[in-house]
Design a binder for this molecule. Structure first.
Ligand code: DC
Length: 210
């Protein structure tokens, strides 16, 4: 069984970049659980399945075969919000557990180490993980970073709109009844509000190497 390092945290905290760096440096595959919720969200939207129609969503997800989709399909305002919304459906979360376990099964023999990134990796999915990291940054800082990232691509994106969306997603992700975003008791908490990616990455590497 490979050792697992979990990295949880809110929207826009830099988990994706940090986990990619960790994966490359430690030669470990990365389970990006957010991408599972995003891919399901993308497909529900494409199939015009109403977000109010929970039985129909569940029927769809039971047959769902997880495949990698391109970033432009998965990372946009509409998918940000739909994925956050559907992720509070308990039955849907049960089904995504199977997809996440399958990832581990597929990498079981080939890898010594797996990085698992998301909201509930350290609390629900891998409670016995070797090392648990919880990343945090102030909502305003996360919105500033996101704004810098997207303003050249989508000039219409306003800082205040991005901040509002981040606050809405934080609230929804933290207050849902099942698997809310919260640090595992035995996690290392890193507030990266005043750290750049390299500083944050080095801090995590130091914890892993300890
Ligand atoms: O990490 P992300 O922004 O790509 O995740 C998109 C949404 O998916 C997020 O708003 C909440 C949901 N999610 C979740 O509920 N549990 C996870 N482990 C990962 C993501």
């Amino acid at each position: 069984m490979p050792k697992i390092i979990t990295v949880d945290g809110p929207a826009g905290v830099g988990k994706g970049t940090i986990c990619k760096l960790l994966g490359d440096t430690l030669n470990a595959p990365v389970l990006n659980s957010g991408e599972i919720y995003r891919s399901i969200a993308y497909n529900l939207k494409r199939k015009k399945i109403s977000l109010e129609d929970i039985p129909n969503i569940i029927r769809y997800v039971k047959k769902y075969d997880h495949k990698k989709l391109s970033s432009d399909k998965l990372y946009n305002n509409s998918i940000d919000l739909i994925s956050s919304q559907i992720s509070s459906i308990p039955e849907l979360r049960k089904l995504t557990i199977l997809i996440q376990r399958n990832f581990i099964k597929l990498n079981n023999n080939a890898s010594r180490l797996i990085i698992a990134e998301g909201r509930d990796m350290g609390t629900v999915i891998f409670p016995k993980a070797e090392i648990k990291i919880f990343l945090w940054a102030k909502a305003e800082i996360r919105a500033q970073r996101r704004h810098l990232q997207v303003k050249n691509v989508r000039k219409s994106n306003k800082y205040n709109d991005i901040l509002d969306e981040i606050i809405i997603r934080d609230m929804r992700d933290m207050s849902r009844k099942i698997a809310p975003l919260q640090p595992a008791e035995d996690s290392y908490l890193i507030d990266n509000s005043n750290l750049d990616i390299e500083q944050c990455f080095n801090r995590i590497l130091k914890i892993i190497k300890k």
